[in-house]
Design a protein around this ligand. Structure first.
Ligand code: GLU
Length: 422
């Protein structure tokens, strides 16, 4: 898989924002406010490695906006993490929470590391020391991290434990909602692990219904086979849709007869990537992108669909499971080619929606069952999808710009009601 290009993802966000703000005539002062992040925290911290050496790490947390509620968003561990990327991801979280109708704002963070180079106990110490360095910049009613690229429930458990150690004992049990995406026994929610993939599939179902498409007859490709890509594929299997090509950081495979998502998930868990998977033909990156299918689901990193790669796609629909997989030129080329696109801030909102449910359960000391979580997730995704689709019709614009207009309209309303201090 190609790595993230040098293109500034924050520049992409700003251009997407400007297009929507122009079209909807966003109130100029509110436009100024929303075009900036609120807080940007950069921490450098030392960690002892297994061999006794000390290494320095750089961690980030950018808080874009909290007018709708506490800052919310994941933490990613990846070499591409820098201030530009985290700013963009934090801003997308604000739009995403607003579209989903959640009382939450937007934030994102991460550490610039390649986690594959560290042992499990090193990752634990890096996570704990990062949490300690963030200190009161996060908090259960202030800023609530969650999993993202290369972070998972175990890492959230370490963040929870470290954060609680920093609190007076009497306050610990009412602070478990400082982080979401936790293991179930540590206060996590059922359905959170699959939630982003589940949301992606709900959106595909709604699109299929609108376009009279029978999902049992379609083929699709997935880029990225981490949490989002693998769960989306496993849930698409229930519709009988055929997965014909998959790519991850270790390579790409193609099989026109179909790849079994459950079997591939088991293989990837065992071998750490899909390279060498026997039920598919290895293919290179351009061949993967050119695969003929109905749907392409990018579920990896940013800047994958660009001026260079958008002409290669051979699908009718792109469903963005990843954040920011399409840059401005890529978007324009897809539009020219008549390839429909369902945008990230709508499609991948399932993760943060179930994070919100986890947060609520923790606050109320409740455990909901999977039916309840899935039912409520479906309802929120349906409402978000309908408002984005209807706004696209109303403004005769693309679905990404429509999604921005939905978010910005909600934010504008709150700013107008509350006014600007002092
Ligand atoms: N990292 C996920 C996202 O990009 C989930 C964030 C959350 O649950 O707070 O939406």
């Amino acid at each position: 898989m190609s790595t993230v290009t040098n293109r500034s993802v924050y520049a992409t966000v700003r251009q997407q924002f400007d297009k929507a703000a122009d079209l909807m005539n966003l109130d100029p002062p509110i436009r100024k406010i929303l075009s900036k992040t609120t807080n940007e925290i950069v921490v450098n911290f030392p960690v002892k490695m297994d061999n006794g050496n000390i290494e320095m790490f750089t961690g980030y947390r950018v808080q874009h906006n909290n007018v709708l509620g506490p800052y919310k968003g994941g933490l990613r561990y990846h070499p591409s993490v820098d201030i530009d990327e985290v700013r963009a991801l934090a801003t997308w979280m604000t739009w995403k929470c607003a579209i989903a109708g959640l009382p939450l704002g937007g934030a994102k963070g991460g550490i610039q590391i390649d986690p594959r180079k560290y042992s499990q106990s090193e990752i634990e110490r890096i996570t704990r020391r990062f949490t300690f360095a963030l200190g009161s910049n996060i908090g259960p009613e202030y800023d609530i991290p969650a999993p993202d690229v290369n972070t998972n429930a175990q890492i959230m458990a370490w963040i929870l434990d470290t954060y609680l150690q920093m609190m007076p004992p009497q306050e610990r049990n009412r602070s478990t909602h400082v982080v979401t995406g936790k293991p179930i026994q540590s206060g996590g929610s059922v359905g959170r692990e699959k939630a982003t993939g589940q949301g992606v599939v709900y959106v595909i179902e709604m699109w299929a219904q609108d376009n009279a498409v029978d999902l049992s007859e379609i083929t699709y490709c997935v880029q990225g086979f981490g949490n989002v890509g693998s769960w989306a594929a496993r849930l698409m299997k229930m519709h009988g849709a055929r997965l014909v090509a998959v790519e991850d950081a270790t390579g790409a495979i193609h099989n026109p007869e179909g790849i079994d998502p459950d079997d591939l998930t088991a293989y990837v868990q065992e071998y750490g990537g899909l390279a060498g998977y026997p039920q598919g033909q290895p293919v290179d990156h351009p061949t993967f992108l050119s695969t003929t299918a109905d749907i392409f689901v990018p579920a990896a990193l940013e800047n994958q669909i660009t001026a260079q790669t958008a002409p290669l796609l051979n699908v009718r629909l792109v469903v963005e499971g990843a954040n920011g997989p399409t840059d401005i030129e890529g978007d324009a080329i897809l539009q020219q080619r008549g390839i429909e696109l369902l945008p990230d801030i709508l499609c991948n909102a399932g993760g943060v929606i179930v994070s919100y449910f986890e947060w609520l359960q923790n606050k109320r000391s409740e455990y909901w069952d999977l039916d309840e979580v899935d039912h409520k997730l479906h309802k929120k995704m349906r409402a978000a999808y309908a408002s984005v689709r209807d706004t696209a019709h109303e403004y005769s614009t693309d679905l990404r710009t429509a999604a921005y207009i939905v978010a910005l309209t909600r934010l504008e309303k709150v700013y107008k009601e509350r006014g600007i201090f002092p």
